[in-house]
Design a protein. Structure first.
Length: 342
């Protein structure tokens, strides 16, 4: 199996600010796996929050060889052997995972959603993320998101109520709130009680991940559902947090790929937890990979590709916020050209 990679800098349409950081761009890596003339593509979008850095991913890739991978082995066995070489970097594991799924799907003439038994007609509506910003800019962002029926609002600042009130001055759309670990217990309880009156559907990661005890207390008192993000990295975390949250946010870059994401979906169902598919700021490669699992979950927050202005691929599309999966084999992504839709 031939293995190559390339780097790419994705540029944001607006600076993306959350409670702990602000970015104008992100550096990502594309992985290419080729077998018998067919190539699959994957994407690694490392995050500092998960102790993964772009340069670490590059150094690891420079040491990886796939010459001894047996293409006749089952896909999962091949991935296990590849993962052993990824030095624990989940975003890199996710990139190899989606590249191999893309490759095998193309070879078998099968869209990825078929492989997972997902009905492409049952995709959810994705939310559109509004990052922390000046109030007048937030209002502009809301107006730009006219085609999206659900907004995800980043909070965790001293101006949280002003941000929500600004949004409510221009729209009554359903809101989902993500505090990105930005509150303490008292703040979170006060905000949840206040947000309930503002047509907010749920609150994502209100407290620091290190404070699971207070998250359990908050769940007992909060009028809004709580969704775990930083508290739920992969399937091993689900039994630990089931009493502190009503649902989990699965991200391929956080859990390590499609196989692990599917495992998380099954385990969350067994533990009566709701499921959201989320993302980092990513290109259409990674967003499309996650979208193929979206018919199996309750909520989607797969807008990372919409937030950037130089997406090099075309994949999953949107119609009034609803995810429309490509019907081509594998991931179904195509390189964007000047002649294709921008």
């Amino acid at each position: 199996m031939d293995f190559q990679y390339s780097t790419y800098r994705i540029q944001l349409r607006h600076p993306f600010t959350i409670s702990r950081s602000s970015k104008n761009f992100y550096d990502i890596v594309f992985i290419y796996l080729t077998d018998k003339g067919v190539t699959g593509v994957g994407e690694a979008a490392p995050s500092d929050r998960y102790n993964e850095k772009f340069n670490q991913i590059l150094r690891t890739l420079q040491s990886i060889s796939l010459d001894d991978i047996d293409e006749s082995d089952p896909l999962e066995k091949q991935l296990d052997r590849i993962f052993e070489r990824c030095q624990g970097y989940r975003s890199l594991m996710a990139a190899f995972d989606m590249a191999l799924h893309d490759l095998r799907g193309k070879q078998n003439s099968t869209p990825l959603y078929d492989y997972f038994g997902a009905n492409p007609d049952q995709t959810p509506v994705t939310s559109f993320t509004i990052g922390i910003d000046k109030l007048e800019v937030i209002q502009e962002k809301v107006e730009e998101a006219a085609d999206f029926p659900i907004l995800k609002i980043k909070l965790g600042t001293q101006d949280d109520k002003a941000i929500i009130n600004t949004i409510r001055n221009v729209t009554d759309k359903k809101i989902r709130v993500d505090a990105n670990e930005g509150w303490n217990l008292d703040e979170a309880l006060r905000m949840c009680e206040w947000l309930e009156k503002k047509n907010v559907e749920f609150v994502e990661q209100p407290l620091p991940a290190s404070n699971i005890e207070d998250s359990e207390k908050l769940k007992e008192q909060s009028p809004l559902k709580l969704i775990a993000d930083e508290n739920c990295m992969n399937s091993t975390d689900i039994p630990k947090i089931r009493n502190a949250f009503d649902g989990i946010n699965i991200k391929l870059m956080k859990c390590g790929g499609l196989f692990e994401a599917l495992k998380m979906i099954r385990l969350a169902r067994e533990n009566d937890l709701e499921i959201m598919l989320g993302c980092m700021v990513e290109s259409s490669v990674a967003i499309t990979a996650a979208a193929h699992l979206s018919p199996l979950v309750d909520y989607a927050d797969l807008d990372g590709n919409v937030l950037i202005k130089n997406d090099p691929y075309i994949g999953v599309r949107l119609k009034e916020g609803k995810l429309l999966l490509p019907i081509e084999p594998g991931l179904g992504v195509q390189i964007r050209t000047k002649n294709k839709e921008s």
